[in-house]
Design a protein around this ligand. Structure first.
Ligand SMILES: [Fe+2]
Length: 344
């Protein structure tokens, strides 16, 4: 069974296996969790998976609250910055919901952590491919070239009859087909990659009013009230260094202090941590900053899972008077991919 759970600009979907009553929610909103629980109860369904197709910038996600209340796993792409994800997925992974299967397509572009989900003859495209549109690529980490490749190589190569369901629609559409979008999507049809990139770079859309109030809590699972999140300009000002630069600095005469701002379980978890790093979770950073006070005029590198929460941390430290703070781009995920030193 398949339900569109809110008929608004933000689309959420509920899938229930008719035989086992196992269920999955795709892109649930935090404001509607009560309604979702009522829906699940009405259908006698047990939520197995709470899935976000990407880190949302325009609404608070409901995945963590749904997981807390139902025991469901929180599923996102491995590039998701959120510490609440319990199951990281990547291209080709298969998610079981009773006897239903969702195949993961990695479709970055709108965000670096965007996935689409293919369930037999339906595809849930998140904000990468919209009905007669495509998702904007000007949020942090967005990339119009990747968006074009995701859409043309992965989504529009699905069978024509595949039903397509996006995470947003602003014009009252509820579904489309891959064939329709291939023939007539006005952003894509007849455009080269260069033309698409140029178009997306010049959309000139205003940023949502509350983007930072929504984005940073979604990225970190920290309530905005408990932490003063830095504004976008301060985040953009954070110096980013890559793994090679950090490795060189660590081998140098005055190695930087590594402040790993993930949760302790992540610090000890599968990605491990860089030898010598101190763990000060982002949520505790302001109250524990005295622990690194002696590093005020020395180099500090902030580290997290994919480099998003640590950019927030680096901006906070800069605001607190630490003069030489930068961020490890790509975080522990890229550090591991590059086979650099890790302690577990
Ligand atoms: Fe989005």
């Amino acid at each position: 069974m398949f339900l569109e759970a809110n008929h608004a600009k933000c689309k959420s979907y509920l899938l229930i296996c008719d035989e086992t009553h196992q269920a999955a929610f795709i892109d649930p909103l935090r404001d509607h969790v009560d309604r979702y629980l009522a829906l699940l109860a009405y259908y006698g369904a047990k939520l197995a998976l709470a899935i976000d197709t990407h880190t949302h910038a325009d609404h608070r996600t409901g995945v963590a609250e749904l997981a807390d209340l139902t025991g469901a796993a929180v599923v996102m792409h491995q590039r998701s910055p959120s510490p609440r994800v319990t199951r990281h997925v990547e291209e080709g992974d298969r998610l079981r919901v009773g006897n239903l299967e969702l195949r993961v397509l990695y479709t970055p572009g709108h965000t670096p952590d965007s996935i689409s989900l293919l369930a037999a003859d339906r595809v849930f495209t998140g904000d990468v491919l919209l009905i007669h549109g495509t998702g904007r690529c000007d949020f942090p980490g967005g990339d119009p070239g990747q968006s074009f490749d995701s859409i043309t190589h992965k989504l529009l190569t699905l069978p024509d009859a595949t039903l397509m369901f996006p995470a947003h629609d602003y014009r009252g559409h509820t579904q489309s087909t891959i064939g329709d979008e291939r023939r007539s999507n006005p952003r894509i049809a007849g455009r080269t990659r260069e033309q698409y990139v140029d178009l997306m770079n010049h959309l000139g859309l205003p940023l949502p009013d509350s983007i930072q109030e929504v984005l940073q809590p979604n990225q970190s699972e920290i309530e905005a009230a408990s932490l003063q999140f830095p504004p976008l300009a301060q985040l953009n000002a954070v110096r980013q260094i890559d793994g090679a630069e950090l490795s060189a600095a660590l081998a140098g005469p005055e190695p930087p202090l590594l402040v790993d701002v993930r949760e302790p379980e992540e610090f000890r978890g599968e990605l491990g941590h860089i030898p010598g790093a101190v763990c000060i979770p982002l949520r505790e950073l302001s109250e524990r900053v005295h622990e690194i006070e002696s590093y005020k005029n020395r180099d500090i590198v902030a580290v997290c899972r994919v480099g998003v929460r640590s950019t927030t941390a680096a901006a906070i430290l800069t605001g607190l008077g630490f003069e030489r703070v930068c961020n490890l781009k790509g975080g522990m995920l890229d550090w591991n991919t590059e086979h650099r030193a890790v302690e577990r």
